[in-house]
Design a protein around this ligand. Structure first.
Ligand code: AVJ
Length: 309
């Protein structure tokens, strides 16, 4: 955080968004009329869950997921897996122990035949920290990893590729990865999805400052920042920024850091890459997968890719 705030351009990691309030605001974003992402992916999973699960090779399927989230879309796949084999073990990896425990409670109560095994892990730094839990493969186990929601879009391409390679290393031939990726589309639609009329995305973006104030004792004044969503055509990504409305100095005691922000200077808080089919396929190939099947929503805005090891 010290590096991001003292560097130019200034930046903060998007993982900082997800404190309790930020997670609540993200759930609210997924219901916004402008934020098509979650609805488009849910449409795909609702229509094709059985076909997706059928695409997992033979054997006793275990489902792994990177970033467990609220689990509402995952439930569609877990139910399809239970239709196939009567029961399913779902091993959810997430940084947040409390989010995992909540998901376990809720999903096990809602879905008969489901066992949730939480694995606390920051998968963005590689999976070696949980190797002990992943390397042991039950006999006859067939793995399907889920990396849905277009979370892959948060990363620069080399880092995205590294994450896919880390997953590939946990798989044997016939295992699979289901990857969700948001696709390139009209610029205005993209900008509205990240700058909604009700201001929920603005609140989500600014909440990172509230969090830093609370946890590091800083004095960011939210009134003096404006939420900005920009389309970066060259890098094919939406960027979120917090723009300083005046020249100001912010002090962050816990980092012993003074940040001088010029008027109109921005803090870059998130990238959300938008892909073409070819880009997703190329990433998957370079990570050692082949694409067995892919689905889109009716508008062609979101892609779901079943990649096999
Ligand atoms: C959770 C990373 C997929 O990039 O669309 C939503 C986060 N940021 N609105 C996305 C987000 C602003 C979201 N991901």
């Amino acid at each position: 955080m010290l590096r991001g705030l003292s560097g130019r351009p200034r930046s903060l990691s998007p993982w900082l968004f997800y404190d309790d309030e930020g997670s609540r605001l993200f759930e609210a974003i997924t219901e916004l009329p402008e934020y098509y992402v979650t609805r488009a992916e849910r449409e795909i999973l609702t229509s094709h869950a059985d076909e997706i699960i059928a695409g997992a090779g033979s054997g006793d399927l275990t489902i792994y997921e990177l970033g467990a989230g609220s689990g509402s879309k995952t439930g569609l796949l877990l139910e399809a897996a239970i239709r196939r084999q009567g029961s399913i073990t779902y091993r959810a990896l997430d940084v947040s122990k409390s989010a995992l425990e909540e998901a376990k409670q809720r999903l096990e109560a809602a879905i008969t035949g489901l066992t949730v095994e939480p694995i606390v892990s920051d998968y963005t730094d590689g999976l070696s920290n949980v190797a002990g839990q992943l390397n042991h493969r039950k006999s006859g186990e067939r793995r399907m990893f889920l990396y849905i929601g277009s979370s892959i879009g948060n990363f620069e391409l080399p880092h995205a590729l590294q994450i896919l390679r880390d997953v590939r290393a946990q798989l044997i031939p016939g295992d699979s990865l289901l990857l969700g990726a948001d696709l390139v589309k009209d610029r205005q639609i993209l900008l509205r999805a990240y700058d909604d009329a009700a201001g929920v995305t603005a609140a989500f973006n600014k909440n990172v400052l509230t969090r830093i104030n609370r946890e590091l004792g800083s004095n960011f004044n939210l009134q003096l920042f404006r939420h900005r969503a920009k389309w970066n055509e060259e890098l094919s990504r939406i960027e979120m920024h917090l723009e300083s409305l005046i020249t100001q100095i912010v002090f962050i005691p816990a980092l012993d850091l003074q940040v001088r922000l010029a008027r109109a200077e921005t803090i870059h808080t998130e990238n959300s890459h938008k892909f073409t089919d070819q880009q997703v396929e190329s990433l998957l190939h370079r990570a050692g997968f082949s694409v067995a099947k892919q689905w889109k929503d009716d508008l062609g805005w979101f892609g779901e890719y079943l990649a096999v090891a």
